[in-house]
Design a protein around this ligand. Structure first.
Ligand code: CTP
Ligand code: CA
Length: 227
């Protein structure tokens, strides 16, 4: 493995990957979250490591274990993820694969809410920091290549292209997660890569294969930026 890493095209490059869901507490035993196993983000981090990169892996509470050979920072909330991302910079490339909760609960209770005593809680929400958008717009220290993910259920290319513009990132890895595709929670993914060159549709393949292809493409882009 040593020689493999040594020969990797991403040797000397530092990359960041966010992965998994975030959990936004309601009280110590309850939370709101997006569905996310963390499988795709974990596969991306593993693929980067296999290409020789120094990988900072910031993960929410995922179902799958982090890969070997990466620096792991475990977080729970979006705010913590945002702070961990800041601490990881500067990097040569950043891939935001986390399914960040868009909202957090205002005034989360530090004691367990009781059905009998408290009745039904009226939850108030506040918007979480948009980590991808913020990093994409950094005036100083913006990673040279910023890649976001977009899970959509309809008009995938249209929504993902608009999302790329809105976020200010370089690439968006879009996927159709409508129930009919069976992608959500599965081991395969069918993605469309949106860049300034348009939309590139990849065939349906395992999440590991998607990750390897993405990591290769990022390596190629970093190398050609260098030249
Ligand atoms: N993202 C992030 N921080 C957030 C929300 C999203 O970094 N608070 C990142 C995700 O990791 C992903 C990309 O932004 O790479 C797109 O996430 P998505 O939820 O699809 O975008 P939103 O702008 O939240 O749009 P939507 O209303 O479709 O949820
Ligand atoms: Ca969202």
């Amino acid at each position: 493995i040593e020689t493999e890493l040594g020969a990797g095209p991403l040797r000397g490059k530092r990359v960041l990957v966010t992965s998994g869901p975030t959990h936004e507490p309601i009280d110590p035993v309850r939370y709101i979250a997006n569905r996310s196993s963390g499988a795709q983000g974990t596969a991306v981090a593993r693929a980067f490591a296999a290409l020789g990169a120094e990988v900072v892996f910031v993960t929410g509470p995922a179902d799958v274990a982090p890969p070997e050979g990466v620096q792991v920072t475990r977080v729970e909330t979006a705010q913590q993820m945002s702070d961990a991302v800041d601490a990881a910079l500067p990097v040569d490339a950043a891939v935001f694969a986390a399914a960040v909760a868009d909202w957090r609960v205002v005034g989360a209770s530090d004691k367990k809410l009781k059905k009998s005593r408290d009745g039904m809680p009226a939850l108030e929400f506040a918007e979480n920091p948009d980590i991808l958008k913020r990093v994409s717009h950094l005036k100083t220290g913006r990673p040279p290549l910023v890649v976001g993910f977009a899970a959509e259920t309809d008009d995938v290319i249209e929504h993902a292209t608009a999302k790329r513009d809105r976020k200010g990132c370089d690439w968006i890895v879009a996927n159709d997660v409508s129930p009919a595709t069976g992608i959500m929670g599965g081991s395969e993914n069918a993605v469309i890569l949106i860049s300034d060159e348009g939309a590139e549709e990849w065939p349906r393949m395992g999440k590991d294969a998607v990750a390897e292809r993405l990591a290769r493409k990022i390596a190629d882009a970093l190398i050609s930026k260098q030249e």
